[in-house]
Design a protein around this ligand. Structure first.
Ligand code: NAD
Length: 483
């Protein structure tokens, strides 16, 4: 596919132009390893220009716009995204190495976020507060001002939707720093938003590296809030950099999310979820279920069924739309292969592996999906986020052990519970340390409406749903004394 625009530009104040830095980064197709173009490597100057343009938008038409009108613009963007689903999906497939049908789901989710936040923009209110005699007290819910948005490469469209959708709905003006590994859908989305009537400066986009453009955005005193989605290491830096001017930060970080299968579970229903939650997007998903905990009476049966499915998995170029595409980069391929090598060195038991198709391009970053069994809970593969298509299966004997295992990592993003016992469902939902708990499903189909975020090293703050609208706004209390 030809890229239908110049990908080496930045968007500042409604104008597309080359970066001030005059420096560029290579753009790679992960399915082939080939260079397919170049993108801007924005620097501090580009970020400063973007923040100033966002400030001007707030002082101009965007800042003066009613919530109703902002909502209408977002809804129009949602419709325009739907009109471009095919182009967006094809671009994402090439850029991220995501099988076409998975990229299409992301484009549809982006449209849905715009629709949701378009409809919600005028439905978030302040309150009146009964107070002392002679006072009238109320709260105003206001935008922060300029918000910074730093996103990863694994689900660019979904994360753009949830983060920008909520921030724009609340009247913030945004500076987006997409990932240097995949930014094409961000650039195309910004064009779509412009064409749908988003005023100049309400959204500015500066691609670049994390340590240069990303840090400059967090450090900029004109940025009133930072929304970061990415790794724990980078999240720690983002939080400490933004702390220099005391800007609040939302951190959406990694996970090691468990699915817990009790012996009474409906295994036929559970099995597709157990598998897909591990291999979707080649395991490069924050909420991937990389741990499967199984009650001992059904342990062998679950492994046998999963192994059968693993052996049928096919990995290849994203455009072939197989079960899995490549890893995003050679670097990520090395990281994941390192975990497989460690598994072998430590004599972990491989229950099954999928296959890379024979004619997959030699330069592509392919990894065989791998199911490991009987992995000790303290082993690195059972504790660390791998971000590749590797799932570990472990057994437990009772509810208490299941909870201890499930809560036994530094992360707390998502958990799934499979059981027919209603009382146990409620106990588990309370006991699990996670931002989302799914009972007899996993992921609930993406759930634009469902607040999402982590605890522990999975981060803090919530995006998605109405909760994000509160997260991207602040409260002003007005106390009027009238006697
Ligand atoms: P990453 O942390 O390397 O990069 C994410 C973004 O942060 C990129 O845009 C990068 O340029 C930028 N960045 C890196 N260092 C920075 C710094 N010091 N200051 C400012 N910005 C910086 O992560 P990645 O490899 O792109 O993505 C994978 C990670 O993202 C995984 O850990 C995954 O779990 C996490 N993730 C979390 C969620 C969630 O919602 N919780 C969703 C998707 C991905």
């Amino acid at each position: 596919m030809n890229i239908p625009f110049d990908p080496s530009t930045v968007l500042i104040g409604g104008q597309w132009h080359k970066p001030q830095s005059q420096v560029y980064l290579g753009l790679y197709d992960p399915s082939t390893g080939e260079v397919i173009g170049q993108i801007a490597r924005g620097n501090e100057g580009d970020i400063d220009a973007a923040v100033c343009a966002a400030r001007r938008a707030l002082d101009g038409p965007w800042g003066a716009m009613s919530a109703l009108e902002r909502g209408r613009i977002l809804s129009r963007i949602g419709q325009a995204v739907l009109d471009h689903v095919d182009d967006l999906s094809a671009l994402e497939t090439m850029d991220v190495g995501k099988p076409l049908s998975q990229a299409r789901n992301d484009a549809l989710a982006l449209a849905r976020y715009m629709e949701f936040y378009g409809g919600a923009a005028d439905k978030v209110h302040g309150q009146t507060i009964p107070y002392l005699d002679g006072y009238t007290v109320y709260t105003l819910r206001e935008p922060f001002g300029v918000t910074g948005h730093i996103i990863p490469w694994n689900y660019p469209m979904q994360i753009i939707g949830r983060s920008l959708g909520a921030a724009l709905a609340m009247g913030n003006a945004c500076v987006l720093k997409p990932s240097e590994e995949a930014c094409l859908s961000a650039l195309m989305f910004a064009r779509i938003a412009q064409d749908a009537g988003l005023p100049d400066g309400a959204l500015n986009v500066v691609p670049g590296t994390g340590t240069e453009a990303g840090e400059a955005l967090c450090r900029h005193p004109g940025v009133a809030h930072v929304s970061f989605t990415g790794s724990v290491n980078a999240g720690e830096k983002v939080q400490s950099t933004a702390a220099h001017h005391v800007a609040p930060v939302t951190l959406e970080l990694g996970g090691k999310s468990p699915q817990i299968v009790f012996a009474d579970a409906d295994l036929e229903k559970a099995l597709p979820f157990l598998l897909n939650a591990g291999i979707q997007n080649a395991g490069q998903t924050c909420s991937a279920s990389s741990r499967i905990l199984v009650e001992r009476p059904v342990y062998e049966a679950v492994i046998e069924q999963l192994a059968k499915r693993y052996k049928a998995l096919r990995v290849g170029p994203a455009k072939d739309d197989l079960d899995l595409g490549p890893m995003i980069s050679a670097r990520q391929q090395v990281v994941v292969q390192g975990y497989l090598d460690k598994a072998q060195k430590d004599e972990l038991s491989i229950a099954a592996q999928g296959a890379i198709i024979t004619d997959a391009p030699k330069g592509g970053h392919y990894i065989r999906p791998t199911l490991l069994r009987d992995v000790p809970p303290d082993h690195a593969l059972a504790r660390e986020e791998i971000f590749g298509p590797i799932q570990v299966v472990m057994s437990f004997d009772d509810e208490a052990e299941a909870i201890a295992l499930a809560n036994g990592t530094d992360f707390g993003l998502v958990a799934g519970v499979w059981t027919k016992d209603g009382a146990r469902q409620m106990r588990m939902a309370k006991a699990l340390r996670a931002g989302q708990v799914f009972i007899n499903n996993y992921g609930a189909g993406g759930g634009v409406e469902l607040p999402f975020g982590g605890i522990g090293k999975s981060g803090h703050g919530r995006e998605k749903g109405f909760e994000a609208l509160y997260g991207f706004s602040t409260i002003k209390t007005v106390a009027a004394y009238h006697g």
